[in-house]
Design a protein around this ligand. Sequence first.
Ligand SMILES: Cc1ncc(COP(=O)(O)O)c(C=O)c1O
Length: 382
Amino acid sequence: MKSNEQTLTTRLVQLGVGRDERTGAISFPIYPSATYRHPGVGESTGFDYTRSGNPTRQLLEEALATLEGGARGLAFSSGMAALTTLFLHFAAGDHLVVSEDLYGGTYRVLDQVFGKLGLTATYVDTTDAAAVAGAVTGKTKALLVETPGNPLLGVADLELLSRLCREKELLLVVDNTFLTPVLQRPLELGADVVVHSATKYLGGHSDLCAGALVTRTAELGERFYFLQNSTGAILPPQDSWLLVRSLKTLALRMERHSSNALQVAQWLQRQPQVSAVYYPGLPEHPGHELSQRQARGFGGMLSFRVATPELARRVLKKLQLISFAESLGGVESLMTLPAVQTHGDIPAEERARLGICESLLRLSVGIESVEDIIADLEQALA
Ligand SMILES: Cc1ncc(COP(=O)(O)O)c(C=O)c1O
């Protein structure tokens, strides 16, 4: 492990320790108070009203900023609330360039909510910088990249894209849900904003719905804070506490997710019923070398293709240990059929073009013993 990873690991474990000076609490308390007494007119303890600021959420938001290496972190009630707040930054007539290998809900909110308000988007293969450059128009304000992509795990070159964005004066926004700051720090590679569905690895236990935005500059942070406070999709104090608690083990979990996923991917490659495995940790993956350069690990997400849609459905039916469920990033292994679930809102012809068909399965490899995960896959594929 490199020394900066050790620092991050230690910081995560120590979140909030001793911050409550009066009691010396190791676990920072939950402040449920919706409002706060003012010492006098024009005076404040720093907290007035919980939508505008809450001590437990503040600990979390400062932690998110530190972990991503940003100036400001903001915590939201879901990943979609964080993305919605991000999109509210733009105006009617603005245009975004967005990864085509994208979470279906992000596509849905852009297409069916913001599209109606006049914010347009073009979806491109963001692993291809020339395609990104070709999609930029005079109205383009930002590039939104998911890397690795969802569900095909394509890897975009963040340094290259950040140079392009600087040249064209675009904001570079990276959805870092799949790798987390433990494995990838987009702001260090030139991004302006990082987005998370904290429901996934940051929360890590499939028991919390949360989202985050982290900005490189304080100015952009202030703008997003204004939008967060104005529209109100904040993360409540109880959930903020739970997310801080979860972050403490993030480094340990990501290490295990990654090592389990690599072993599962290698095993899947050897199965005759499996025609393709998509995992950046495999040397054959087109983004393997780039991942090695820009990330500290390959993460716990992989997809694989089986011979027929019928076999994919049979596998999902036969799973015993692995749950057939939406979502990802929990300690428990989960499998989905992206064409029907997570990417169901993407038009069928677009899904077909991308290769998101009904024989493609996505696996969020949990932290169970890898032998047990493989044994379940073996009986389900038989
Ligand atoms: C990569 C990615 N971004 C954003 C989201 C949306 O987050 P949430 O479900 O927490 O609203 C998801 C959800 O699956 C996701 O996978």
